[in-house]
Design a protein. Structure first.
Length: 226
């Protein structure tokens, strides 16, 4: 978000900036980018994610109107029964209180398939915890390059927890980060920023156990002239 605000500081002109968010999950990142004024298209393959995101985006209007107890069955690493049985309310923001000043849409389907005819369609592509879902990460990199307009940017953050690594009946490629970023450059991108960012994923903040990732963040630009 910070990188996009810096790249596009004028909020009044952000509606002309088309952003795609592949692997958008429940849609929160895409939704927040739309709130910033960008024209955003989320993409998701998982039917479970699509059903949940549809409910959150289309059927939740009031802040904290629903309650769940996600830690009730966590028997290990709890400090107290109160921690285990505490409620979690959602959504943390109601649509009725939110003004989305630009287009926001979701497209269902496999990222590689739904984008076949959309070359040079986006000013920016944002991937968060996504590129390791590929059977071939090279296909993702080449597709992202093709989808971007000349001068467009790719922002990525996430680990490399390859989803098909242990599936013996699936052909997949699992590359270390240094090879991934080398292929990003060989594809034609100019990598202008790289960082390592500590991140948590679906953690119980009151648990004795906290799983932590050191994620790769990079910003890459598709040159105006190849």
């Amino acid at each position: 978000m910070e990188a996009l605000r810096k790249r596009y500081p004028d909020q009044n002109s952000r509606s002309s900036v088309k952003i795609m968010v592949p692997g958008s999950g429940l849609g929160r990142l895409a939704f927040d980018l739309a709130k910033e004024g960008f024209t955003v298209e989320g993409n998701e393959f998982s039917m479970i994610m699509l059903m949940a995101s549809s409910f959150l985006l289309n059927a939740c209007y009031e802040e904290n109107e629903h309650v769940i107890y996600p830690y009730a069955l966590d028997k290990s690493n709890s400090w107290s029964y109160a921690d285990q049985t505490r409620p979690v309310y959602f959504p943390d923001i109601g649509k009725s209180r939110t003004d989305v000043p630009s287009n926001f849409s979701m497209i269902a389907g496999d990222f590689l398939e739904v984008t076949q005819s959309r070359s040079e369609s986006f000013e920016c592509i944002v991937t968060a915890w996504f590129i390791d879902t590929a059977k071939s990460i090279i296909d993702y990199i080449e597709t992202i390059y093709r989808l971007l307009k000349p001068g467009g940017c790719w922002l990525n953050v996430g680990p490399l927890t390859y989803h098909y690594e242990d599936m013996l009946d699936e052909m997949s490629i699992e590359l270390p980060y240094e090879e991934v970023i080398r292929i990003v450059r060989l594809t034609g991108f100019d990598v202008v920023r790289e960082e390592r960012i500590v991140s948590y994923y679906t953690i119980n903040r009151l648990s004795m156990l906290q799983n932590q990732y050191t994620c790769a963040f990079f910003e890459a630009i598709k040159p105006v002239t190849p």
